[in-house]
Design a protein around this ligand. Structure first.
Ligand SMILES: [Zn+2]
Length: 315
């Protein structure tokens, strides 16, 4: 069997917080417990929102926690560059393959039109694209292009059901046209969409195992379709439960006390890892522990599938 390659793929728009700390810990444990390698890719597609200083801090934070990686980030390696903001030429190569096959069309819908009250919504709150711009004539496109630059969408087949088994969450099935609709590959500002970038990156970087937050579970069928269209090898996926505040609210960057900057002032790396491992079901007590000492006993079976509510007073 070929070697497991896992990855960290953080978006450095701020300091790490508990949610992405847990994700990094589990991604690292999942790869290392299988004797695998780890790649660090910086997901700074929105380069303006992700200054390099945050990416550098993120590397320091991962190292401080004892989560190491074999290639990527400022360390470089054979599959670089490892910053998405430097990879648009690579994304364009794959994007053009889809363009050449007639699978990409311009969409001139405004945000307001897309989010109109009549628009069908997915369970995750996203809008199902109704195909408004799917069959515009060349003349209509030329007219609309005078008013605004278009986003570029992938034309899906009329009927397309994708199923896969998530390594942690189990079987997932989605009918892409009905549940999502034609999705954006390139934004109106020219930036390639996350869906395309993540597929190209994971495939070219040899990633075999994607561990990430459960909020991305619903985007996986879109990515699997892109893997098929581009004839790229798809990785396996393990999606994590959400980490919730003690009162059941979703943790976010706005929870300033949960940012690593604040946690570092109060705890050692071993204390933070110990508390996270306890919250995630990996240990029976929140005692301090090194990440490396969790590798031998790691198992996805210990991690709950339902949302994890942080015990009151743990952090
Ligand atoms: Zn449109």
């Amino acid at each position: 069997m070929s070697q497991v390659v896992g990855r960290f793929a953080p978006s450095p728009s701020g300091r790490m917080h508990l949610g992405n700390l847990l994700c990094s810990l589990l991604a690292w444990l999942s790869a290392r417990s299988a004797g695998g390698r780890v790649v660090l890719r910086i997901e700074d597609l929105d380069a303006m929102r992700c200054p390099r200083t945050f990416a550098d801090l993120l590397e320091q934070d991962l190292s401080w926690l004892g989560l190491d990686w074999d290639e990527g980030g400022s360390k470089g390696g054979p599959h670089g560059p490892y910053y998405q903001s430097e990879r648009s030429e690579i994304y364009n190569l794959y994007y053009q393959r889809l363009v050449e096959r007639g699978l990409v069309y311009p969409c001139f819908c405004s945000r307001g039109q897309l989010h109109a009250a009549s628009a069908p919504h997915r369970s995750d709150g996203q809008v199902v694209y109704p195909g408004t711009c799917r069959n515009l004539t060349a003349r209509q496109v030329a007219e609309a292009a005078k008013r605004r630059p278009p986003a570029w969408r992938l034309r899906l087949p009329e009927d397309l059901t994708l199923s896969f088994t998530d390594g942690h969450m189990g079987p997932v099935t989605e009918n892409l046209p009905a549940d999502c609709g034609d999705f954006v590959l390139r934004r109106a500002d020219g930036v390639f969409a996350y869906q395309l970038a993540v597929v190209v990156d994971d495939a070219l970087m040899g990633v075999t195992q994607v561990v990430r937050g459960g909020d991305l579970l619903s985007s996986t069928p879109r990515q699997l379709w892109l893997y098929q269209l581009l004839d790229l090898p798809a990785p396996t996926f393990c999606h994590l439960p959400l980490l919730l505040a003690p009162d059941g609210r979703r943790l976010s960057k706005r929870d300033g006390d949960q940012s690593l900057e604040n946690l570092q002032a109060r705890f050692t790396p071993e204390q933070i890892i110990g508390k996270l491992a306890y919250a995630a079901g990996l240990r029976s007590t929140p005692d301090p522990v090194r990440a490396a000492d969790l590798v031998a006993d790691f198992s996805w079976d210990k991690v709950p599938r339902q949302d994890i509510c942080l015990p009151d007073g743990l952090f």
